[in-house]
Every structure is written in structure tokens, then in C-alpha cells.
Design a protein around this ligand. Structure first.
Ligand code: RP5
Length: 161
């Protein structure tokens, strides 16, 4: 796939990394070049704007954005770029991530964000979805994804109680 990052993993805070790390691990498994950055919608709004506006011309094809609480990072990124934005709601102590989920999933018509599940499963699935999107134009990646799915299926079929 080359060396240039095609997926960006963004998070609102360093404290989100334990969750978003799952996305990085999945992308590594598929050898998808990616970059990571802390970009906060409310703490570093200018950085967010610049990042989103320059992403496509730098070769990024999919953005994965995780945030917690009033999680406006994915929506604000989507406001600045037409690239697909996959939002990952990070679990919060006070509302267990339901706040993050509702903030990300309830985008009004016109500026979509693909919202995944709360927490690590969501982060890992965001990466799988990014692989799936990239597979549309990459037959080798599509084959790897097929293998991943069939290995997973076989693992479950082999399980006994
Ligand atoms: C959000 O606020 C971040 O995405 C994070 O989930 C949450 C808490 O951030 P910290 O106070 O831990 O930096 O912006």
C-alpha cells in the first residue's frame, strides 16, 4: 500500500488513546499506513480546522475520530472535509459513554458521520470499516479482509462448550 498514511486516527485527548489503540492495532494487522494525532474540537480548534482541510491533499482517505463527553470532534471534522469520518464514542465516567454516543450519532442531515459502538469494539470496528472502504479500490486488501472474516467464522465454528 506504500508508506503514505491513508487513514488518520484522531482523538480529542491523550486519555482516549487506550480506546483508539484498538483501531491502530487492526490497521497494523492489515498493513494499512496510518497516522495518529490528538486534535481537540474545543481545546485546539485551529489545529482541527487545518488538519481536516489538508487531509485529502495529503493522501488521507478515511478519518477515524474518537472523543468522549460532548464529543463534537467527528462532526467538526466532517464539517471541514468530505472524506468519510468514522466516529468512535469514548466511554465516560459520568454517563458511561452514552453522552459521547448521542453527540456523535445525532448529526443532522447534510453532514454525515458514521458512528460506531462505544469503546474499544467501536474503535476496532472503525478500523475494519476503513479497511472495507479502502478495499473497494484494492483487491489485495479485499482478499485480506475476506481471510480475516473467514478465520473469525472458523474460530467460532470450532468453539465448544
Ligand atoms: C474529550 O474530553 C476527549 O475526547 C476525552 O474523551 C474527554 C476528556 O478529556 P481529558 O479531560 O481526559 O483530556 O474532549
Amino acid at each position: 500500500m506504500g508508506e503514505t498514511p491513508v487513514v488518520a486516527i484522531l482523538m480529542g485527548s491523550q486519555s482516549d488513546w487506550p480506546v483508539l489503540q484498538g483501531a491502530a492495532e487492526v490497521l497494523q494487522h492489515f498493513s494499512v499506513p496510518h497516522e495518529k494525532a490528538i486534535v481537540s474540537a474545543h481545546r485546539t480548534p485551529e489545529k482541527l480546522r487545518h488538519y481536516a482541510l489538508s487531509a485529502a491533499e495529503r493522501g488521507i482517505k478515511v478519518l477515524i475520530a474518537g472523543a468522549g463527553g460532548a464529543a463534537h470532534l467527528p462532526g467538526m471534522l466532517a464539517a471541514y472535509t468530505p472524506l468519510p469520518v468514522l466516529g468512535v464514542p469514548v466511554e465516560t465516567r459520568t454517563l458511561r459513554g452514552v453522552d459521547s454516543l448521542l453527540s456523535i450519532v445525532q448529526m443532522p442531515y447534510g453532514v454525515p458521520v458514521g458512528c460506531l459502538a462505544i469503546g474499544e469494539a467501536g474503535a476496532r470496528n472503525a478500523a475494519l470499516l476503513a479497511v472495507s472502504i479502502l478495499s473497494l479500490e484494492n483487491p489485495e486488501l479485499a482478499e485480506l479482509l475476506r481471510e480475516f472474516r473467514s478465520t473469525q467464522t472458523q474460530r467460532v465454528l470450532d468453539q465448544t462448550i
